[in-house]
Design a binder for this molecule. Structure first.
Ligand code: NOJ
Length: 765
């Protein structure tokens, strides 16, 4: 289902071997598991069955008592080797000794915090993403957690939506590749491995299409868009073997996602043959009542379970109402049994019955926050940074001979390097940009001014304590104060400090708590007085490098025009400062690419590259799709990112004719035309000229990272077993079809570039 892209046959062989290992079914083990499930089910009372479908928050309930009584199948938010062991031991005292599954939001690392997911997606490097999640899985399982509520694979076309930070951006192909990589990373080759974490693809489905970017809001998604844009990353996660999915909060096409039989059963179970289980989002079963589709909790429970939500997170609806529903014959015992089977199946696959306790304090000490883990985080952070602008090759900066000032409220703030949803990450572990730059420059003095106080930014935006908000700065234990802070956090002082420097690095952006759940914004400007700070520092005439930290694209029209160099850093995680310093001073060459189109202004939203043509495609006169007062083009397109070298694209070759069941092979030459060895992200896009439904102007169908020395060129190949893998669309009755006709193909550095182009015919007769 997921097309492969590769450039050397050696790479292709490696990829094939890897997927063969992952796909290898173990029929005897599976059969054994099914037999054990049936044997257990026969012994279970109604209450014990219901218990398996109940998940409570370990923080707000008396977890040990509930576990001993066999009344709860899973808890969330209990972590740490000692606490999880105690709770598991309580569960093992229950009549049938069924272990509990302990879940936690390990979103971008457990203690070793990686870049926020939107940042790691910007690497376009599924292998490194997989490696990062392996680290997260090792750490989380060392702390007794066996289930993560990740990956978040919601497609997001609207940066006002605060949760865009948790996903892989706007594109279904990139989203699918990253989703599968995260699942492989969390789950490893064998779920029963003590270092493997059960993954949970969320939020099924359409949560990212919240109208107006307002969190929890309704989404309206036509069926073909659902199938071609929003569902593919979930399908990729299922194909990669994901154990669980989470049903979303929002109303999808008039039926809330947590009661949506069409998506949860018809598509997920019947079409995709998913055999794991679905957990509701926090309280989302109960929320069917305020949604207005259920009159009370009893109805809500019946609707959710019947639609395909096996486990009820937090609200206790299943706990309180399922018994009555079964006794009154509103809920058939067979439906309940099937739900219990699915939950038990994942517990068996996770090895919990054979090894319910898989860590101890010693392992936790050994496996968490190791130097090797930090090293992966540093590498991931480096690859996540996107160079948006670099006028006159201001970057990389020389390591000596220039006095550097590092200015801005985020320049030396540890907590905010980590981003939102930071698991058990700690501010004190994080390296700030100022610390990274100071360490890089050794003995040379580095000037520093905050310019603006961090807290004033938070207050300016009235950010309340949203779920997952980064903790308040703890005062930098462990890390020595870096740089020379001269004076108060005022703009005047920052300007004075800038005047003493040869080059100014400004670290600006959003406090981390402005991204994530319940963090939608109506404006995307730099919060507080940061734009003024930027303008006044630029007015000194000193060359300025802007490092932006944010969970979403911000409105940086002024900066894009007036600041010579800009790096989008997202929230780089625990190794932020080291990764940023590596890039600034040329020890690493930028290779990140935008996983979302970067709007010029809020009024353009949604702006995404894979839109339809319209009957009046954009043109410079007013009677075409567009605005009177704003361009139609984003500030930076999807897939965009600069390097310290340049690349050229040529010689696209593709067979002139192909049938849907025949292989499709595209070749192009990429050359490093600059002075530095560097990695490019080569992207393949296609476009159907005519078909039964209106096509998108371009669709990403492959990408590959290629490292080239100066002057070196290489033939990059994209091979698909069947052209239908890349070209299939849906007809009006939602049947997959590959329309005959002409298709355009590009091998390019981003979604808006011309690069190497060609076309071919699809013949169906
Ligand atoms: C609500 C969020 O929407 C979801 O992503 C998360 O996993 C749960 N809370 C549990 O914390």
């Amino acid at each position: 289902m997921i097309p492969r892209s590769f450039r050397h046959s050696a790479v292709a062989v490696v990829l094939l071997a890897a997927s063969a290992v992952l796909a290898a079914p173990q029929p005897s083990t599976n059969q054994q598991i099914e037999r054990r499930i049936e044997a257990l089910l026969r012994q279970m009372t109604l209450q014990e069955k219901i218990g398996q479908l109940v998940q409570y928050d370990g923080i707000t309930t008396d977890a040990a008592t509930l576990a001993k009584e066999g009344r709860v199948g899973s808890f969330l938010n209990v972590t740490g080797a000692e606490k999880t062991t105690a709770l598991q031991n309580a569960a093992l005292q229950s009549r049938l000794k069924i272990p509990v599954l302990l879940g936690y939001d390990v979103i971008h690392g457990y203690r070793t915090i990686f870049p926020v997911p939107l940042g790691s997606a910007a690497s376009f490097d599924p292998q490194l993403v997989e490696q990062s999640e392996r680290v997260a899985a090792k750490e989380a399982t060392a702390a007794g957690v066996k289930w993560t509520f990740a990956p978040m694979v919601d497609i997001a076309r609207d940066p006002r939506w605060g949760r865009i930070v948790e996903g892989s951006g706007e594109d279904p192909y990139l989203g699918s590749m990253i989703a599968a990589a995260r699942v492989r990373g969390f789950q490893g080759a064998n779920l029963a491995d003590p270092q493997s974490l059960v993954a949970c693809a969320k939020h099924f489905v359409g949560y990212g299409a919240a109208e107006g970017g307002r969190d929890y809001n309704s989404s309206e998604i036509p069926e073909d868009t659902l199938r071609e844009i929003y569902l593919p990353p979930f399908h990729a996660a299922v194909e990669a073997g994901v154990g669980t999915l989470m049903s979303a909060f929002e109303d999808l096409n008039d039926v809330p996602a947590s009661a949506n039989y069409h998506t949860l059963t018809e598509i997920l179970r019947k079409e995709w043959r998913f055999d794991g289980f679905v957990v509701s989002d926090y309280n989302s079963v109960h929320e069917l009542v305020p949604h207005g589709v259920a009159a009370d909790d009893e109805q809500a429970g019946l609707q959710a379970l019947t639609a395909g939500v096996e486990m009820d997170m937090a609200d206790g609806v299943y706990d309180k109402h399922l018994a009555q529903l079964v006794q009154s014959h509103k809920l058939p015992m067979s439906t309940l049994d099937e739900a219990v089977r699915r939950v038990l199946r994942i517990k068996f696959r996770a090895g919990l019955f054979d090894r319910p306790i898989f860590t101890d304090v010693e392992r936790a000490r050994r496996d968490i926050l190791t130097p090797a883990n930090r090293e992966v985080a540093r590498h991931m952070a480096e690859e996540s940074l996107v160079l948006l602008k670099n006028e006159n090759s201001l970057l990389p900066l020389p390591k000596s001979g220039k006095k550097i000032a590092v200015i801005g409220p985020l320049a030396d703030d540890q907590a905010n390097q980590l981003g939102s949803w930071i698991g058990r990450g700690r501010a004190e572990d994080a390296v700030t940009p100022l610390q990274g730059i100071t360490a890089k420059l050794g003995q040379q003095p580095v000037l520093h001014a905050r310019g603006i106080d961090m807290l004033s930014l938070v207050r300016a935006q009235e950010v309340s304590g949203a779920t997952g908000a980064a903790p308040a700065p703890t005062g930098a234990t462990g890390a020595a104060a870096a740089g020379t802070e001269t004076g108060p956090a005022t703009i005047e002082n920052a300007v004075q400090v800038a005047q003493q420097a040869d080059v100014v690095v400004m670290v600006l952006g959003e406090p981390a708590g402005m991204s994530g759940e319940a963090s939608s914004r109506a404006f995307l400007d730099l919060p507080g007085k940061q734009e003024q700070l930027l303008q006044e520092v630029v007015a000194t005439g000193k060359p300025v490098v802007l490092v932006l930290e944010s969970g979403r694209p911000l409105d940086i029209r002024w900066a894009a025009e007036h600041v010579p160099a800009i790096i989008q850093a997202w929230y780089p995680g625990i190794e932020a400062g080291n990764a940023i310093a590596d890039l600034l001073f040329g020890d690493a060459v930028p290779s990140g690419r935008l996983p979302v189109s970067w709007p010029r202004s809020v009024g353009q939203i949604p702006v995404y590259y894979n839109h339809k043509s319209t009957g009046r495609p954009t043109a410079p006169d007013r009677w075409h799709t567009g605005y009177l007062d704003e361009s139609m083009e984003p500030l930076f397109p999807f897939g965009y990112g600069l390097s310290y070298t340049s690349f050229s694209y040529s010689n696209l070759s593709v067979a002139p004719q192909v049938r849907p069941d025949e292989p499709l092979r595209v070749r192009a030459t990429v050359q490093n035309t600059g002075q530095r060895t560097a990695t490019d992200v080569v992207q393949l896009y296609v476009h159907r000229r005519v078909g039964p439904t209106s096509p998108r102007v371009r669709e990403l169908k492959g990408f590959v990272r290629v490292t080239l020395r100066p002057g070196q060129s290489e033939t990059v190949g994209f091979d698909f077993g069947q052209s239908a893998q890349v070209l299939a669309t849906h007809d009006a009755s939602m049947r997959p079809v590959v329309p005959a006709g002409t298709y355009d193909v590009w091998v390019v550095p981003n979604a808006a570039a011309e690069g190497a182009a060609g076309s071919f015919q699809v013949v169906t007769k």
